[in-house]
Design a binder for this molecule. Structure first.
Ligand code: ADP
Ligand code: 5GP
Length: 186
């Protein structure tokens, strides 16, 4: 399995989407979340969007492989059923999860998982990218920015790091890492 983690705005989603387009052997693990849906998102595609109560029910029923309250009041978790669904399609799962969730998955699966950390070229560039993405309110943006420095300290615990400066280079590095790890042909 492939785990991709990074602070918000570092480019995880962009790189994961590219990998999914390049490798039909990969399947995206759709997480559950209690955060509000964005205009460009579809329930069941980016996430399963749930109320906080329904999210807690999943926790209580043991239906999540891992979960985190990534930002105060916003829960995110990996449904066990996603891993089963992807495996039953004969695919390898790709997880786009926060740094703590990513390291938890790595601990669970050891050598069967490749944990990739996406690093922004600088804090300032990350902030610019997040602002130009224009998907978050100022309050949500601040919650994300407040965590960046702490999240960057986890870089050393990952199997590999991609600095997402020039997108084309980051895509190429990600493709090579996945090709080597899973022994695939793009
Ligand atoms: P994340 O999923 O980590 O929060 P995104 O993939 O949504 O990050 O990227 C944040 C924003 O930065 C998006 O608008 C994306 O198009 C843009 N972006 C990502 N990588 C690059 C890059 N290398 N150069 C310029 N813009 C980028
Ligand atoms: P966003 O709200 O920008 O989509 O995601 C915020 C953060 O939550 C990102 O770091 C994203 O990777 C993380 N995230 C998404 N799904 C999961 C999940 O299932 N588990 C964990 N631990 N984090 C997740």
């Amino acid at each position: 399995m492939i785990v991709v983690s990074a602070p918000s705005g570092a480019g995880k989603t962009t790189i994961v989407k590219h990998l999914l387009k390049s490798f039909p052997q990969l399947g995206f693990s759709v997480s559950a979340t209690s955060r509000t849906i964005r205009d460009c998102e579809l329930n069941g595609r980016e996430y399963y969007f749930l109320s906080s109560d329904d999210f807690r029910l999943l926790i209580d029923q043991g239906k999540l492989l891992e979960w985190q309250e990534v930002y105060a009041g916003s829960y995110y978790g990996t449904p066990v059923s996603e891993v089963e669904r992807i495996a039953s399609n004969g695919q390898f799962p790709v997880f786009d999860v926060d740094v703590v969730g990513g390291l938890n998955i790595k601990k669970m699966f050891g050598d069967k998982a490749l944990a990739i950390f996406i690093k922004p070229p600088s804090y300032e560039i990350l902030e610019l990218r997040l602002r130009s993405r224009a998907t978050d309110s100022e309050e949500s943006l601040q919650k994300r920015l407040d965590k960046v420095k702490w999240e960057l300290t986890f870089e050393k615990d990952f199997d590999c790091v991609i600095v997402n400066d020039k997108l084309e280079d980051a895509f190429n590095q990600a493709e090579k890492l996945v090709t080597d790890f899973l022994d695939l042909k793009p």
